[in-house]
Design a protein around this ligand. Structure first.
Ligand SMILES: O=C(O)CCC(=O)C(=O)O
Length: 323
C-alpha cells in the first residue's frame, strides 16, 4: 500500500513523530549519494589547487571522504551546507524531494495539495564537529508565529544508516501537543535552543533510522541531534512540506516581500522560496523540472528577505545567564 498506514498516521498525531523504515530502497537514494560525492570531489580538488589540502582523499568512500577533507580544510562543510544552510539544489536532490514514495507518505498526513517548503538541509555530520550536535528545538521556533498552529511536516532521512553512535535524532514524544516552547537564539553552536527548564513534558526517544527509512515529525515536535561518536560521516537530509492552504511564497518574488502584508501573504519561512510539488486541482502549477526548482532557490539566494526570527531573546539574556 502506498503512503503511511493508518497506524503510522495515528502515531504521528499522537506522539508527534513516526519512523517508517522502508520508504525508499537504498538504490533510490544512490543517485543523490553520487551527486553529493561529486560535490565533495569538486570541492576537494578546488581546495587542493589553492594549497589548502595536502591530498585529495579520492579513494575514501562517501561515508569518510568529507571528514578527511574537513580535518585539513573546514571550508568544505560550509560549501556543502551552502548559503543559509540550504545550498545543494542538484537534479537528484529534487528527485528525492518529489519522489513518489515520499509524496505518498506526505499526502497521508496533509492531503494531496502539497507545497514543498524550501527550508531543507543537507547535513554531513562529521565526527566530533561542533555544528553536528543540534540542541533541543522545535522547527516552529524557526518559523513565523502565525504558522504555529499549522502542520508543516519534517521528513528526516539519512543517506547512511543513522544510529545512536553516529548521532541520530532524539525526539520528545507527545510534547508536540503543548504548543511552541520558549526558545533562545544563540544557543549551543549558535543554534536556536530550548533550555532544559523550558522543555515541554514528554518522553525522550532515540530514533535510529536505517538507510531508506524516514523519520516524520511535526513542526512542534521537540527534537535534538546527538554527538557522532564514530569515525564516519552521518549524512542526512531534512525536507519540509506543508498543505497548499497554509501561507507560502509560491509565485512571489523575494524583491517584493512586504513585511506589513496580511499574514496569509507571508510565508511560514520567508527567507527561502516555496514551490508547488503536487496539485491535483492545478497540475499546471507543479514544479516538475529541477532547473525550475533551482531557479526558485537561486532567486532567494540573490535577494535576502529580511526575516524577523527575533521573537526569541538571545541566550545571554536567559535568567540564569545574567551576571
Ligand atoms: O540532522 C540533524 O542532525 C539535525 C536535524 C534537525 O534538527 C532538523 O531537521 O530540524
Amino acid at each position: 500500500m502506498a503512503g503511511l498506514t493508518q497506524a503510522e498516521v495515528q502515531q504521528f498525531h499522537d506522539l508527534g513523530y513516526v519512523m517508517k523504515p522502508d520508504v525508499f530502497l537504498p538504490l533510490d537514494l544512490q543517485p543523490l549519494r553520487d551527486e553529493l560525492s561529486d560535490v565533495v570531489d569538486r570541492e576537494a580538488r578546488r581546495l587542493f589547487a589553492v594549497g589548502k589540502l595536502t591530498r585529495l582523499y579520492a579513494d575514501e568512500p562517501f561515508e569518510r571522504r568529507v571528514a578527511c577533507v574537513f580535518r585539513e580544510a573546514e571550508d568544505i562543510y560550509r560549501t556543502i551546507m551552502g548559503k543559509g544552510g540550504g545550498g545543494h539544489k542538484g537534479k537528484e536532490m529534487f528527485g528525492v524531494i518529489r519522489h513518489r514514495k515520499l509524496l505518498d507518505c506526505i499526502e497521508s498526513l496533509i492531503g494531496p495539495e502539497i507545497v514543498g517548503s524550501s527550508v531543507y538541509r543537507v547535513r554531513p555530520k562529521i565526527p566530533a564537529m561542533l555544528h553536528g550536535v543540534v540542541p533541543w528545538h522545535q522547527d516552529s521556533g524557526y518559523f513565523m508565529p502565525h504558522c504555529d498552529g499549522s502542520t508543516i511536516v519534517t521528513c528526516w532521512l539519512p543517506l547512511v544508516d543513522a544510529t545512536e553512535d553516529n548521532g541520530c535524532l532524539q525526539v520528545m514524544a507527545g510534547a508536540h501537543r503543548r504548543g511552541v516552547a520558549r526558545h533562545y537564539s544563540g544557543g549551543y553552536a549558535g543554534y536556536l535552543e530550548i533550555p532544559e527548564e523550558d522543555l515541554p513534558e514528554g518522553r525522550v526517544v532515540t530514533a535510529p533510522v536505517p538507510l531508506g527509512g524516514v523519520l516524520f515529525m511535526t513542526n512542534l515536535t521537540p527534537h535534538r541531534s546527538t554527538e557522532n561518536r564514530t569515525d564516519t560521516v552521518r549524512w542526512s537530509i531534512d525536507l519540509r512540506y506543508q498543505s497548499a492552504d497554509l501561507p507560502n511564497n509560491v509565485d512571489q518574488l523575494p524583491e517584493t516581500f512586504d513585511p506589513n502584508a496580511a499574514e496569509t501573504e507571508i510565508a511560514c519561512y520567508p527567507p527561502e522560496g516555496d514551490f508547488v510539488i503536487q496539485s491535483p486541482s492545478h497540475p499546471e502549477r507543479e514544479v516538475r523540472g529541477w532547473e525550475m526548482f533551482q531557479e526558485i532557490r537561486r532567486r532567494y539566494e540573490r535577494t535576502s528577505v529580511p526575516f524577523p526570527l527575533r521573537r526569541w531573546k538571545p541566550m545571554s539574556e536567559r535568567a540564569g545567564n545574567r551576571p
